[in-house]
Design a protein around this ligand. Structure first.
Ligand code: ADP
Ligand code: MG
Length: 386
């Protein structure tokens, strides 16, 4: 789960990672009030969207006075911000973060991710701050210093020193840098993050180290133990169908093709997507209704697939184990009664109560094409959407 910069900075503060003084606003007047409440100007007004590169896209504006903050917020709120990370369609800005402008001496990069190969969190730091780390890794990998942390031992002081020295941080800031890195690491572990990225981390003219930006991604699979964090989700930033699917506890990811696929089990869903591609078509989504899905979940999944206007055909591929074929058939029929189905539907059923499932579908009076196996199903649906 992604969160906004202003939410990330609230979390950083809780873990004693220093950030510029500031506050969030939803209207230009509020933005002005935030500026007035801060001890000093000048300010920056920062568009809050779930994508980076805002500086380049015109989503970060300097402002000398609270009056100028109001003006800048008026320009930014409501704009569709296009950055290298949003794609050409951009994102609608609904909130801004107003904060004190900093006099930047040097920008650094600090990021923590889980390295799946090593099975450990890895802290990366670079003197090439402000740039995308992927770009730095491709062009000047020697500028990235890495430290993998053994979860049983924890982060050790020599590691934070290696990072800070490695990026050439002046020695007098070493203690502050070690504290900064350690606190960010504690946040990463305590909140079950998949990413904690400070880009840039800046050294200011007044000799402070500050997190000027904050990109914190939380591991969805761990949200069950952070109920207070789940509320940080911004549905406006999510794909509407993905948002709907999440409400129904469905594993749904929107893709670019036109064959809607409903499958039980993530492995079978991946295999089904491969077969759709092999048959010359493109899947419109990944949807795993789960092994223990109810008829209602199947109905919800089907409804979500059909509400995607790009879908020109649907492939339902179910191996009836815990989810029995008769239940699936009932779910599909329930969904068809609720929504208008204007596209061909191919069903491949196998497993527990398969005959009962087929009978229910046959007797429903609805027109489904029943395929004899997976490959047949993929070929049929591919032929129909072309
Ligand atoms: P993004 O990564 O989306 O472009 P950042 O928060 O990293 O957004 O900001 C981009 C640039 O804007 C920074 O590298 C910095 O130069 C400038 N900037 C951002 N916040 C401040 C601030 N509080 N004071 C001064 N400059 C800032
Ligand atoms: Mg940034």
């Amino acid at each position: 789960m992604k969160i906004h910069e202003y939410q990330g900075k609230d979390l950083l503060q809780k873990f004693n990672v220093p950030v510029p003084a500031g506050g969030v606003a939803e209207t230009p007047a509020q933005a002005r009030q935030v500026a007035e409440s801060l001890e000093r100007g000048p300010f920056v007004v920062k568009a809050q969207i779930h994508a980076g590169g805002r500086g380049k896209g015109g989503g970060i504006k300097p402002a000398a006075t609270p009056m100028e903050v109001e003006k800048a917020a008026d320009q930014v709120i409501g704009m569709t911000l296009v950055t290298p990370q949003t794609g050409p369609e951009g994102r609608l800005v609904q909130k801004v973060l107003v904060e004190q402008a900093q006099v930047i001496v040097k920008e650094y990069y600090l990021g923590i991710v889980v390295d799946r190969g090593l099975g450990r969190p890895v802290i990366m730091m670079s003197s090439a701050g402000g740039m995308e780390i992927e770009e730095v890794a491709a062009r000047t990998p020697e500028l990235i210093i890495k430290e993998a942390v053994d979860p049983a031992v924890g982060l050790l002081p020599y590691q934070t020193r290696n990072l800070a020295f490695g990026v050439g941080l002046p020695a007098e800031h070493l203690r502050a840098a070690s504290g900064f890195i350690t606190n960010l690491f504690n946040l990463f572990v305590s909140l079950d993050c998949s990413l904690a990225e400070i880009n840039p981390l800046v050294l200011t003219a007044s000799g402070e180290l500050l997190a000027l930006d904050a990109k914190i991604n939380l591991d969805d699979n761990a949200l069950f133990r952070h109920h207070d964090l789940a509320s940080l989700e911004d549905p406006e930033e999510m794909d509407p169908l993905e948002h709907e699917a999440k409400k129904h506890h469905l594993n749904y990811i929107r893709l670019n093709g036109n064959v809607g696929a409903m499958v039980n089990g993530a492995g079978l869903a991946m295999a089904t997507m491969d077969l759709i591609k092999a048959a010359g078509a493109e899947p419109a989504n990944f949807l795993d209704v789960g092994g223990g899905a109810s008829a209602e979940m199947v109905a919800n999944g089907f409804r979500i697939i059909l509400s995607d206007s790009r879908v020109k055909g649907v492939l339902i591929n179910i191996f009836g184990g815990i989810l029995r074929c008769d239940r699936l058939a009932e779910g599909v029929i329930q969904a068809v009664k609720e929504v208008q189905v204007n596209v061909p539907v191919i069903i491949r059923l196998e497993g527990t109560n398969v005959d009962e499932g087929r009978r229910i579908l046959d007797e429903s009076g609805l027109t489904f094409t029943v395929a004899k196996d997976m490959q047949d199903a993929a070929r049929k649906v591919a032929a129909l959407v072309q």
